[in-house]
Design a protein around this ligand. Structure first.
Ligand SMILES: CC(=O)N[C@H]1[C@@H](OP(=O)(O)OP(=O)(O)OC[C@H]2O[C@@H](n3ccc(=O)[nH]c3=O)[C@H](O)[C@@H]2O)O[C@H](CO)[C@@H](O)[C@@H]1O
Ligand SMILES: C=C(OP(=O)(O)O)C(=O)O
Length: 425
C-alpha cells in the first residue's frame, strides 16, 4: 500500500500554488452532459475525484480528453446508461450525474454516492427537488432510479441548506419547461462557478450565490470554455500549514474573499495574514492564542477546514473548542492526533483541544480526506518520521501534494510499504 512519510520540523518557506476547486470540478464535469457540443474546462485539479468522473462520463459514451488541467468533454454521443455501482461509490459528487442525466435524458439510474464518512449524509433534498420538477424517483437495491415524461419548473424550498441539492436541482432545472425557484439555497462560491458555466452554455440563471436562485428553462445548451475558480479549501489548508510550521509562505492563486472566515480566525489567534489580489502571505508566527470555532454554511467557517484547523489549535496557548454544526461525526482525526501526543477530547459534535503540545511522530491512518490533511500538517510539526496510511482519501482532493510541499521545504515522500504494516481499521 502507498503511504506518506514525513519528517517533521522543517520550516516551510516560499510559494505554494493552489489548484482549481475540487467541489467545483466535480459539478462542472457532470454539467457538460447537458450540452450538445464540446465543453472545455481549464484549471482542473489533478485529483482522483476528477479522474473517476472522467471514467464515468466515458462509461456513458462521452469522449473526454484530459491533460495539464484542461478537460474537453464531447457529450454529443452520450446515452442514459445506468451507473449503479463501481466508480459512483468512489466519490460523493457522483450524485451530480442524477441531476445532469435527468436534465438531458429525462431518466437516470445512479448508485448511492460514496465520499467521506462524516455521519449520515442523506440526499433527501436532492430527491425532493427532482420530484418537484416532475420526476418519479425510486430507490432500488442501493441505486436511485429517476424518470420523467417531462420536467417542469417548480418552486422548491430546501429544508436544509445543501450545496449538493442546490447544484443538483440547478442541473435538472436548466432544461426544464418554465421557471424554477430554489429557496433557502446554499451560497458557496462553487455554486456561482457552476451557474457561470451553465449560463455560458446558454442557461438562464439568476441569483446564484444568494439564497434564492431563479432559473428559466431553455430547450438546448451548447458547448463553451470555462476556467475553474481556485480551491478555497486547499488554500485554507496551506494557510493553516503556514501558520503552524511556516517561516514565510506565499499562497498563490487564492481569492482572499473566499477564505475570510478562516482569515478572521487566524488573526484572532495572532497569525498575521497579508491579503493581496490573488495571493495570501503568512509570515512566521511566534505565539498562537486558543480560540473557539463553530462550522457553519458559507460564508461561515467551513466544515472542510475544521479538521486541519484542529491541528493548529494543539499548538495554541490554552483551551479551544471546535463545534461542527454540519456533520455529526467529523472528528476521526482526533484519535490519530492523540497517538501523536495531542490533547483532544470529543464530546458530541464538539472537540476540546488543549495546548501547546509538542507533537511526536507516529504511524497513523487517514480516515477521510480532511482528516488526512490534518495528519499531514501534524506530520510536518512532529518530531521524528510520521507514516500516514490510507492516503487514497487525501488524493481524492489534493493534487500533486508531495511536489507542492517539497517546493516549500517539507521533507515528505510517498512510499509503497507492505500491507501488513497497516494500523487500526
Ligand atoms: C462534493 C462536495 O461539494 N462536497 C461538499 C458538499 O457536500 P454535500 O453536498 O454532501 O453537503 P451538503 O451541503 O449537502 O450537506 C450539508 C448538511 O445537510 C445535510 N443534508 C444534505 C442534503 C440532503 O439532501 N439532506 C441533508 O440532510 C447533510 O447531511 C449535511 O449535514 O458540501 C459540504 C458542506 O459544505 C462539504 O463538506 C463537502 O466538501
Ligand atoms: C467532505 C468532503 O468531500 P466529499 O463531499 O467529496 O466527501 C471534503 O471535500 O472535505
Amino acid at each position: 500500500m502507498d503511504v506518506y512519510k514525513i519528517r517533521g520540523g522543517k520550516p516551510l518557506q516560499g510559494t505554494i500554488k493552489v489548484s482549481g476547486a475540487k467541489n467545483s470540478a466535480v459539478a462542472l464535469i457532470p454539467a457538460s452532459i447537458l450540452a450538445d457540443s464540446p465543453v472545455t474546462i481549464e484549471g482542473l485539479p489533478e485529483i482522483s475525484d476528477v479522474l473517476t468522473l472522467q471514467a464515468l462520463l466515458e462509461d456513458i459514451g462521452g469522449k473526454v480528453n484530459f491533460g495539464a488541467g484542461k478537460m474537453t468533454i464531447d457529450p454529443s454521443e452520450m446515452v442514459a446508461m445506468p451507473l449503479p455501482n463501481g466508480n459512483v461509490k468512489k466519490l460523493r459528487a457522483s450524485y451530480y450525474l442524477m441531476g445532469a442525466m435527468l436534465g438531458r435524458f429525462k431518466k437516470a439510474a445512479i448508485g448511492l454516492p460514496g465520499g467521506c464518512h462524516l455521519g449520515p449524509r442523506p440526499i433527501d433534498q436532492h430527491i425532493k427537488g427532482f420530484e418537484a420538477l416532475g420526476a418519479k424517483v425510486t430507490n432500488e437495491h442501493g441505486a436511485i432510479y429517476l424518470r420523467a415524461d417531462e420536467l417542469r419548473g417548480a418552486k422548491i424550498y430546501l429544508d436544509v441548506v445543501s450545496v449538493g441539492a442546490t447544484i443538483n436541482i440547478m442541473l435538472a432545472a436548466v432544461r426544464a419547461k418554465g421557471r424554477t425557484i430554489i429557496e433557502n439555497a446554499a451560497k458557496e462560491p462553487e455554486i456561482i462557478d457552476v451557474a457561470t458555466l451553465l449560463s455560458n452554455m446558454g442557461a438562464n440563471i439568476k441569483g446564484a450565490g444568494t439564497n434564492v436562485i431563479r432559473i428559466e428553462g431553455v430547450e438546448r445548451l451548447h458547448g463553451t470554455k470555462h476556467t475553474i475558480i481556485p480551491d478555497r479549501i486547499e488554500a485554507g489548508t496551506f494557510m493553516i500549514m503556514a501558520a503552524a510550521a511556516g517561516d514565510g509562505v506565499l499562497i498563490d492563486n487564492v481569492i482572499p474573499f473566499h477564505v475570510e472566515a478562516l482569515t478572521a480566525k487566524l488573526r484572532e489567534m495572532g497569525v498575521e495574514v497579508e491579503e493581496r489580489e490573488e495571493h495570501i502571505f503568512i509570515p512566521k508566527t511566534r505565539n498562537l492564542n486558543a480560540v473557539d470555532v463553530k462550522t457553519l454554511v458559507y460564508p461561515g467557517f467551513p466544515t472542510d477546514l475544521q479538521q486541519p484547523f484542529s491541528v493548529l489549535l494543539t499548538q495554541a496557548n490554552g483551551t479551544s473548542v471546535i463545534t461542527d454544526t454540519i456533520y455529526s461525526a467529523r472528528f476521526k482525526q482526533i484519535d490519530e492526533l492523540r497517538t501523536m501526543n495531542a490533547e483532544g477530547k470529543v464530546e458530541g459534535q464538539s472537540v476540546i483541544l488543549s495546548g501547546p503540545t509538542p507533537l511526536q511522530a507516529a504511524t497513523v491512518r487517514a480516515s477521510d480526506l480532511r482528516a488526512g490533511a490534518a495528519l499531514v500538517i501534524a506530520g510536518l510539526l512532529a518530531e521524528g518520521e510520521t507514516e500516514i496510511q490510507e492516503i487514497q482519501h487525501i488524493e481524492r482532493g489534493y493534487g500533486s501534494l508531495i511536489e507542492k510541499l517539497r517546493g516549500i521545504g517539507a521533507d515528505i515522500r510517498k512510499e509503497n510499504v507492505p500491507e501488513k504494516a497497516k494500523v487500526r481499521e
